[in-house]
Design a protein around this ligand. Structure first.
Ligand SMILES: Cc1cc2nc3c(=O)[nH]c(=O)nc-3n(C[C@H](O)[C@H](O)[C@H](O)COP(=O)(O)OP(=O)(O)OC[C@H]3O[C@@H](n4cnc5c(N)ncnc54)[C@H](O)[C@@H]3O)c2cc1C
Length: 512
């Protein structure tokens, strides 16, 4: 009897839901009947027109599109938990240049890019409302702060009957092509790599549009490009010693890809040079463009394949693909372990009691005053350019964590602020890894700084570039200035403890 009653109530409930759905759909369709389908495309870390899924779908489904980028003051003038600027000047300038380039691309296609300063959940909402958009499209982000913004926008749009549709575009692989759900992605890189690299094909990049149509019956204020000052940032001139003078934008990203792979043929020897420290070409330097989405990783992959067909297929060509796999892997770890990648215990949820929030030791590291030349040179490069090689990043991170015993999160936040190529999953994932709270099957990722310095900077050229006060130190003592006698110090006019600091950690620990 009761069962029957429940069944009838359930059927009534279903009918009401269905009726409401049909009504909403009809209301929406009547509202838009006869009007062109307008799609607002919200650009985020996908600052390109090639292989851009949100844009591609918008052009296919919409009659008119309205692209927008919003400079979020929380990112450009806000600070992180240890007080660093969330977006340092190097990345801020790179993003500004990227938006300028994106705008020019749309102008060439017969349209424009709407530019705003404000909270995206309000600015995109206002635009969608004004143009009576049918939908808003964007490429989905997967980390906490970005998710909060897209969720807030989704809620706002929902209130006026506009849906936010998500697309993908960060990785080489489509998650739906992977042989496992993200929640079952292996936590060990090698295992992940073996399960995907030989079995899962990478899809072709989507083509760039040739033309876009924007609404002609609405007066749109496209907005002026802000200056660095408008974003609360100080302008600067690039340090002449920088490995590369990075300039933001898809045009520059594609040009760098062309130069590195084809014009200068550096891909041929990439595996042998990748651990270098000096100059523009020991590694690809594609990271800033990949991080802001000025370059699609699929595009890079297909250029590697083309190079293999036309010039040579060797360990180096594979190795660039291998590094791009790391990038996908950390993105998947971010998706799988969510906010744990930002927490002290990392994805392993294991906190080492030795790590302290020691801001004094941190400051010495940050200001490149450790008295360990290899560490100080790398930290100066980061401070003066916003870039550091992968080898340098591994060494300075290990030094902060293992030698200075400082909480790794402070280092990761500092990197977040300074790095021109900052990417949440790659940065925090690598720090997790080096702190031993990530996915490393090896327990001890300790770097012997002296061995590393001698191997990767045997003549001290790198150290001398960034620490000119040590320029006269003989090469064989460059990584151990503590071994200079008083006479030698006098002769080369470097007094340890005055002209260059004495080491905060006894270098003898690396000689045993
Ligand atoms: C502590 C630490 C923090 C890091 N933070 C970031 C970051 O915020 N953003 C970032 O893009 N990379 C980060 N990396 C990875 C790596 O150091 C940089 O990608 C690389 O140095 C950039 O130079 P490149 O473009 O010449 O790289 P290449 O050596 O030419 O590599 C090609 C591309 O592969 C990807 N890649 C290479 N190594 C890694 C890696 N270990 N993890 C993820 N992707 C990789 C990058 O997209 C890079 O552009 C970090 C590494 C460490 C150790």
């Amino acid at each position: 009897m009761f069962l029957k009653l429940y069944f009838i109530l359930f059927v009534v409930y279903l009918c009401r839901v269905a009726a409401k759905g049909i009504w909403t759909l009809q209301a929406h369709n009547t509202q838009n009947m006869g009007k062109p389908k307008r799609i607002v495309v919200w650009f985020r870390q996908d600052l390109r027109i090639h292989d851009n899924e949100a844009l591609d779908y918008a052009l296919e489904r919409g009659d008119e599109i309205i692209p927008i980028y919003v400079f979020d003051p929380r990112l450009f003038s806000g600070t992180s938990s240890y007080g660093f600027s969330k977006t340092g000047k190097y990345r801020a300038k790179f993003i500004l240049e990227s938006i300028q380039d994106l705008r020019q691309s749309f102008q060439k296609l017969g349209g424009d890019l709407v530019v705003r300063i404000g909270n995206p959940e309000e600015e995109v909402f206002k635009l969608a409302n004004k143009v009576q958009a049918s939908w808003v499209f964007c490429n989905r982000e997967r980390t906490d702060e970005e998710i909060k913004v897209q969720d807030a926008l989704e809620r706002n749009l929902w209130k006026i009957g506009i849906e936010l549709h998500y697309f993908r575009g960060k990785m080489l692989y489509y998650t739906q092509d992977l042989p496992f759900p993200v929640s079952h992605c292996p936590d060990v890189f090698t295992q992940f790599r073996k399960e995907v690299e030989r079995f899962i094909p990478i899809r072709e990049p989507l083509p760039s549009p040739t033309r876009i149509t924007m609404p002609s019956d609405i007066a749109l204020n496209y907005g002026d490009m802000p200056s660095m000052k408008d974003l609360g940032q100080e302008d600067f001139k690039c340090d002449a010693r920088a490995a590369i003078q990075f300039k933001g934008g898809e045009t520059e990203g594609l040009a760098r890809l062309e130069e590195f792979i084809w014009e200068k043929d550096h891909l041929r020897h990439y595996k042998e040079t990748r651990d270098g420290l000096l100059g523009a070409n020991y590694s690809s330097k594609l990271a800033p463009w990949l991080s802001q989405g000025c370059l699609s990783p699929k595009k890079v992959y297909f250029e590697i394949k083309k190079y293999e067909r036309k010039r040579v297929k060797n360990k180096s060509t594979y190795h660039l693909f291998f590094e791009l796999l790391w990038r996908d892997f950390f993105r998947l770890m971010g998706k799988k372990h969510k906010n744990n990648i930002f927490k002290k215990g990392g994805i392993k949820e294991q906190v080492n009691p030795e790590w302290e929030d020691d801001l004094h030791r941190f400051k010495i590291w940050r200001e490149a005053r450790t008295g360990v030349p290899f560490i100080d040179a790398n930290m100066r490069e980061l401070k003066f350019t916003g870039f550091m090689s992968n080898r340098g990043r591994q060494n300075v991170a290990s030094f902060l964590i293992n030698d200075l015993k400082v909480n790794w999160q402070i280092g990761a936040e500092y990197f977040e602020s300074l790095l021109i190529d900052y990417d949440p999953c790659s940065n925090w994932g690598n720090w997790n890894y080096l702190a031993g709270v990530g996915n490393d099957p090896r327990d001890d990722r300790y770097f012997n700084i002296l061995t590393q310095a001698k191997r990767y900077d045997p003549n001290g050229e790198y150290v001398k570039l960034w620490i000119p006060e040590l320029a006269e130190v003989p090469s064989k003592k460059i990584h151990r200035p503590d071994t200079l006698s008083f006479e030698e110090q006098e002769e080369i006019h470097v007094v340890l403890g005055a002209d260059y600091p004495k080491a905060v950690v006894s270098p003898t620990r690396w000689t045993h």
